[in-house]
Design a protein around this ligand. Sequence first.
Ligand code: FAD
Length: 465
Amino acid sequence: MEKDVVIIGAGPAGIFTALEMLKKGSKSNIIIVEKGKAVEDRRCPKGKTGQCVSCKPYCHITTGFSGAGAFSDGKLSLSYEVGGDLPNLIGAEKAQETIHYTDRIYLEFGADTHIEGLGNTEEVKEIRKRAIQAGLKLVDCPIRHLGTEKAQTLYYDIEQYLLEKGVELLFGYECTDLILDGETCRGVRVRNAGNELEILAKHTIIATGRRGADWLESLCAEHNIAHQPGTVDIGVRVEVRNEVMETVNRVLYESKLVGYPRPFKNKVRTFCQNPGGFVSQENYDNDLAVVNGHSYKELKSDNTNLAILCSHNFSYPFNQPIAYAQKVGELTNMLGAGHILVQRFGDILDGKRTWPKELAFSNVRPSLPDAVAGDITAAMPYRSMINIINFIQAMDQVVPGFASTETLLYSPELKFYSNRVKMDGDFNTNIAGLHCLGDSSGWTRGLMMASVMGVLMGRKLAGDD
Ligand SMILES: Cc1cc2nc3c(=O)[nH]c(=O)nc-3n(C[C@H](O)[C@H](O)[C@H](O)COP(=O)(O)OP(=O)(O)OC[C@H]3O[C@@H](n4cnc5c(N)ncnc54)[C@H](O)[C@@H]3O)c2cc1C
C-alpha cells in the first residue's frame, strides 16, 4: 500500500496531525494505523464487572481512536507551562499561540465554553501566599474540562470528520517496524491477527503515546534514531474528602504546585487533580497495573484525587528509566497480588501497613474499591518516598488537612515519558521522513500539548504538499 503520510497511533497527536492537514487544504493521502478500536467500539468492562479484568491484548482505557484521551478526564491545560517540554523545542510563545488555536478546534467540536481557574484573583493570591510560605510554586493554568463522557462524544465527531474527508483509519493493526533505506524512512510494517502489510509513505509519524514509549525506545536503539534518556515520574495518587480541597477546587479547579523538597531537591509536582473524581486503574500490556484518576462532568464522588509525582533523571552508567519505573511498579503489584495498593498517610508516618478494616475508620472512602490496603513503602524507592512525604507535608500548609492520618495514597502512579527523541523545531528526526510526536516522543505529557504537536506537524506537512 502506498500513501503520502502514514500516522501510527490515533491519539490526540496523531489525529490533530491529520485534522490540521485537512484544515490547511492538504490533498495528501493520509492513513492512520491504530491497534485499538474506533472510539464508539471502545468499552471498559469494569463498568459491568466492578473491577479491572486486565483486558487482552490491550487495555481499552488507553487504546483505540483518541488514545488515552477517550477515557481521560478531558482536562485541557491552556498554559504552555503545563503538559510537557515541547516549549523548549519550539519556544514558549509559539506553544502558547498554538494552544489557543488548538483550543478553538476543541470548541468547534463541542467542548464546554467554560474555563476553570480564571478570576477569583484575591483567593488565588491567598493560595499563592500559602504556597510561597510552604516553599512551593503555584503555576497558573486555566483548564477547559471536557469530562470523560463528553470527551468520547467530541472525539467521535472528530473521527467522523476525518472519515468524511477521506482519511483512512486502519483499526486493529499494530505497527511492528519501520521500513528504512539507509538514513531514510520509507514507511512501516503493520500486522493484525492474520495479516501483515507494508505501508510505504513519504512521511511516517510515530505517535504511539505512553504505552508505545518503550516500543519506540527499542526502535530508536535498533535503527539509530537519535534520542536521549529522559525523565520518568514515580509517585502516588492521593485521595482526600472534597471538603479538604474545597477552596482550591472552587478557585482553581486544578492546583498545579511544584516543589523541590529537601534533602534531595528533586522536582515534585501535583498532577491531574480530579474534584469529585474517581481513582482508576490502567493495565499495561505487560500486565503492569498502575493507578490514575478521572472525573465525570455529571457523576461526582465525595473525594478529590490528584497525583504527586517525583521526576527521576539518571546519569552514567544507567540509561533505562522506563525499565526502572516498571520494576518499581512490578514490585508494588506483587505486594498487592496484582492490585493497586492503598495506604493511609498516617500509617506511613507510623511505619506500619494499613489494614482493610482501618480504611473504614476514616471519613474518606476509597473510590477505587478493588485497591488493596497494604504497605506501599515496601516497594517505593527511598528517595521517592521521602520526596512524597515532604511534599505532602508542604501541601498541608496550602491545603490544611491534606497531610492528615486518613489521607489515602495509592501506588504505583508512574508516568513513562522518557526516551526523548532528538528533533528540530519541525519535528524532523535524524532519519529523513520520520517524525515522532506526542507522549511517546518524550516531548509532551498531556492532551493539549500532544494535540498542539499534532497541529504543528499537520501544518508543516500541509505546507510541503
Ligand atoms: C485515565 C487517564 C486520564 C488522563 N487525564 C488527562 C487529563 O485530564 N488531561 C490531560 O491533559 N491528559 C490526561 N491524560 C494523558 C493524556 O491522555 C495523554 O497525554 C494524551 O492522550 C497523549 O496523546 P498521544 O497522542 O501522545 O498518545 P495516546 O493518547 O496515548 O495515543 C496513542 C495511540 O497509539 C496507539 N498505539 C500505540 N502503539 C501502537 C502501535 N505499535 N501500532 C498502532 N497503534 C499504536 C495506542 O493504541 C493509542 O491509541 C490522561 C491519561 C489517562 C490514561
